[in-house]
Design a protein around this ligand. Structure first.
Ligand SMILES: [Zn+2]
Length: 505
């Protein structure tokens, strides 16, 4: 594959002009250089970047320019408080729209789609259509989870850095990837790159809360985002060990369905001085006990089997041995017992349900008229929310109990294996972290990817970020990302995008 040959040529032609445009247009808004931060050393001191530059043939000065550009986007993004309820996503989208227009995108190909207090942003990078293939969507989210500024070491809404890391709310989840994808589109445009199919950016505006914008896109703006598949650039990515080597690279293929049920026992009540055998709390307690003793079926699919098979070699203990045995034979009872006992892995074996809240009664001296348990389930792909409620209610063994589903859970199938995506990932890894095994994953939460899948667009979650799991502070205090992640991601995405949207390979 020679995807980056054209890069080098284009650089020679475009770089001076482009650099001028960037400096005038956007980078100036955040005078990082003026603050005396020696960005270049932070960017380049990763062995992966050195290797990536060597293998990709990308001009180092071009990486430096676009790393600075990406950093300025990340700085702008971090300063915007875009948690649910703050109402600041629309202004962020307008800012990004401006970046795309300055980068040469036709305003007609940029759509800001309002929904309540937030928006999504869709940008189409027009290809020449020569591949006759449907577009590929790249999706990240512009919102963040809230941050309690007082509890952070640094101001979460200002991009700060030390030798190794950037700090700030969203610098990992997910403003980093919004900034990288934006940079890539602008960079590829400046290189004169014409994809052989359309590429679509879909930035959503409420992934961390309601996840309505992704549903709005798939339901009401399908023509703008219709695609062969979606790459959800949020989660997944490379895991580094303490010496900075990549030990594995995760690609999300599936998500379990998140569903919460309430199970309620009702009773006519009465005075506690005249107790009867029928009692709402006893009824509920008996049902909970039956659910405690229930085991959901062991389930596997291609994703989870491959996950166990490829994860096994990293665990030099009985858990690794159980993974290996289970991957070879999903009926191996001993292996199942070992894996079931691991909270980390039990969710990959099938559906799990667990009571999380209890309420009941109305006075200390009255027989309870109601008692309710809340049961949270993570449902294995292929089972519906109704199926699992039916199974639970059967297990509870009391037809008098009342069941309800909380909210509107979305279930989605597993995305099929995709040789094009996996091939592109593997090729991109060889440029930065050669030899890192690619491990498919099923995620236990619900990201925007589930909604693309539910709408019939297979989705794969991955990112160009490599980090040591102990440095992952997403959603928590002092969220951070390695500074070297910027140039690493730029090299990664140049390779990914050229691999899936050009004929050069
Ligand atoms: Zn996220």
């Amino acid at each position: 594959m020679t995807p980056n040959q054209p890069t080098r040529m284009a650089t020679a032609l475009l770089s001076p002009l482009l650099t001028a445009a960037l400096v005038l247009g956007i980078v100036n808004e955040h005078s990082f250089a003026a603050e005396g931060s020696d960005s270049d050393s932070g960017f380049a001191n990763s062995p992966a970047v050195k290797l990536g530059l060597e293998k990709s043939g990308i001009d180092p000065s071009e990486i430096a320019t676009y790393s600075q550009f990406a950093e300025s986007l990340l700085a702008d993004a971090t300063a915007r408080v875009t948690a649910y309820g703050d109402g600041n996503v629309p202004a962020y989208a307008e800012y990004l729209k401006d970046v795309f227009i300055k980068g040469g995108f036709d305003p007609k190909d940029i759509h800001i789609l309002p929904l309540d207090e937030t928006v999504s942003l869709v940008v189409r990078y027009r290809g020449d259509g020569s591949s006759n293939r449907k577009p590929v969507v790249f999706s990240s989210h512009m919102d963040v989870v809230p941050a309690e500024a007082g509890e952070w070491v640094r101001n979460p809404f200002e991009l700060q850095q030390d030798e190794t890391f950037y700090f700030g709310r969203g610098v990992l989840d997910n403003k980093f990837d919004v900034s990288m994808l934006t940079t890539l589109f602008v960079w590829l445009k400046a290189q004169g790159f014409v994809p052989n199919r359309d590429l679509i950016i879909a930035f959503t505006g409420d992934e961390e809360s309601l996840q309505n914008t992704v549903q709005d896109l798939t339901k009401n703006h399908r023509n703008l985002i219709d695609a062969e598949y979606a790459i959800v650039v949020d989660g997944g990515g490379g895991a580094l060990n303490d010496s900075g080597a990549a030990i594995q690279y995760m690609v999300g293929f599936a998500e379990k369905t998140y569903a919460t049920y309430t199970m309620t026992a009702k009773n006519i009540g009465g005075h506690s001085s005249m107790p009867r055998t029928d009692n709402a709390i006893f009824d509920l307690a008996a049902a909970i006990q039956r659910i405690e003793n229930h085991r959901f079926a062991i389930e596997t699919n291609e994703i989870t089997r491959t996950y166990f098979e490829r994860s096994a070699p990293f665990l030099d203990n009985e858990v690794g041995e159980a993974m290996r045995r289970f991957a070879a034979n999903p009926k191996d009872e001993e292996a199942i017992e070992v894996l079931r006992a691991q909270p980390e892995y039990i969710g990959t074996l099938g559906t799990t349900c667990i009571p999380t809240m209890l309420s009941g009664g109305h006075a200390e001296n009255a027989l309870p008229r109601t008692a309710t348990a809340t049961i949270n389930c993570r449902i294995f792909p292929g089972n519906s929310v109704e199926d699992i409620m039916g199974e639970l209610s059967l297990v509870a063994g009391n037809p008098q109990l009342e069941w309800a589903v909380y909210g509107m859970p979305v279930s989605s199938d597993t995305s099929p294996f995709n040789d094009e995506v996996m091939g592109a990932v593997e090729a991109s890894l060889t440029q930065l972290y050669p030899g890192a095994p690619v491990i498919p994953r099923m995620i236990s939460g619900t990201t925007d990817g589930a909604y693309f899948r539910a709408a019939g667009i297979p989705s794969y979650s991955l990112t160009g970020i490599f980090l040591n799991p102990k440095d992952s502070f997403a959603h928590g205090l002092n969220e951070r990302v390695r500074r070297a992640s910027i140039p690493e991601s730029l090299i990664f995405w140049q390779s990914m995008i050229r691999s899936i949207a050009s004929d050069a390979n």
